[in-house]
Design a protein around this ligand. Structure first.
Ligand SMILES: [Zn+2]
Length: 265
C-alpha cells in the first residue's frame, strides 16, 4: 500500500539530525510522499533543504499563527523567495483563538497576505484553525478562490460546515490523534467528508496516536515522546476501521485526492 502524509513537520528541531533515519523508516513503512510544513522564517531553510535532498518531501512554507511575533520586516518577501526556490504549498498558516495567551491581533492580516500569494501562484494551502471556523469561512468566501484547493489540517470544525468549505475547494485531513477514544465526536465528523476530499496526516512530531496504535515509539533526547511520521499507516488503518472500509480502498481514495491536490509540485 502507498501512504501519503498530507501534513507533518519533519523539519522540527526535536528531529534534528535524525531526519534521514526517519525517512528511511517511513519509506519501508509505505510512505510515498509527505508535505513538510514550515511554521516561521527560521524553519523555512530546513524545509527547503529536506525537499532538495529527499524526493519524498513536498515543501510547504508559511507563517503559523503561533509564531507571528517572530516575523522580520521582510517576512513576506522572504516567503516569496522560498516559494521561488522550491514551489510547494503555502502553509502552515491559519487562525487560532484557542491557544491560551496567544494574541489574535494581526492573525487575519498575515493569513490573508499568505492566501493572496497562494492565489497568485496557484498553490495549495495548508490551514490550521482552532475556534475560528465561522471567521475562517467568511475570510475564504470573501477571498479570490484558491483554484488549487486547500487543506483544513486536523479538521476539528463542525460537520454542518463541511459542505460550505468543500464548495471553496477544501480537503479535510484526519490526524492520528483523533483515534483516541475521547475524540469520537471528531471521528464522527469525518463521516460527513465527501469521498473525494479526504486526506490523512501524522502532524509528526505532534498528535500522538493511542499507545496501542503507536507502531514506532520515539522520544527526544530528554525522553519526551514524539510522534514518528512512519505511524502514517496506523492512522490509515485506524480511520479505515472506524469508517468500516478496507484500508486498501481508503488508501486508493486518499492517493487520488492527494495527487490531485499536490500534483506537479
Ligand atoms: Zn501542523
Amino acid at each position: 500500500m502507498k501512504f501519503y502524509d498530507a501534513h507533518n513537520h519533519l523539519q522540527d528541531g526535536c528531529f534534528a539530525g535524525r531526519q534521514s533515519e526517519l525517512l528511511a523508516v517511513c519509506e519501508k513503512a509505505g510512505v510515498v510522499q509527505m508535505v513538510v510544513n514550515g511554521t516561521c522564517e527560521s524553519d523555512w531553510p530546513q524545509v527547503l533543504q529536506l525537499a532538495r535532498e529527499n524526493k519524498m518531501v513536498l515543501p510547504s512554507f508559511g507563517y503559523h499563527p503561533w509564531y507571528l511575533h517572530e516575523r522580520t520586516p521582510d517576512w513576506l518577501a522572504n516567503l516569496e523567495k522560498f516559494l521561488d526556490a522550491a514551489p510547494g504549498a503555502v502553509g502552515e498558516i491559519g487562525l487560532d483563538r484557542w491557544k491560551p495567551g496567544l494574541s489574535y491581533a494581526g492573525q487575519e492580516e498575515v493569513f490573508l497576505a499568505q492566501l493572496r500569494i497562494a492565489a497568485e501562484r496557484n498553490l495549495p494551502v495548508s490551514i490550521h484553525c482552532l475556534q475560528a471556523w465561522g471567521r475562517l469561512l467568511e475570510l475564504l468566501q470573501n477571498h479570490p478562490q484558491l483554484a488549487r484547493g486547500l487543506v483544513l489540517h486536523s479538521f476539528g470544525g463542525p460537520a454542518e460546515m463541511i459542505p460550505a468549505f468543500a464548495k471553496l475547494g477544501a480537503y479535510f485531513s484526519f490526524p492520528g490523534y483523533f483515534l483516541h477514544e475521547r475524540k469520537l465526536k471528531h471521528r464522527e465528523t469525518f463521516k460527513a467528508v465527501p469521498a473525494d476530499r479526504l486526506l490523512i496526516e501524522t502532524d509528526a512530531p505532534d498528535q500522538h496516536l493511542p499507545a496501542e496504535k503507536n507502531q514506532f515509539p520515539l522520544a527526544d533526547a530528554e525522553g519526551k515522546p514524539l510522534n514518528h511520521p512512519a505511524n502514517l499507516g496506523a492512522v490509515y488503518a485506524g480511520l479505515a476501521e472506524f469508517l468500516g472500509e478496507k484500508t486498501e480502498a481508503l488508501a486508493a481514495r486518499v492517493e487520488e485526492n492527494f495527487l490531485r491536490l499536490f500534483e506537479n509540485l
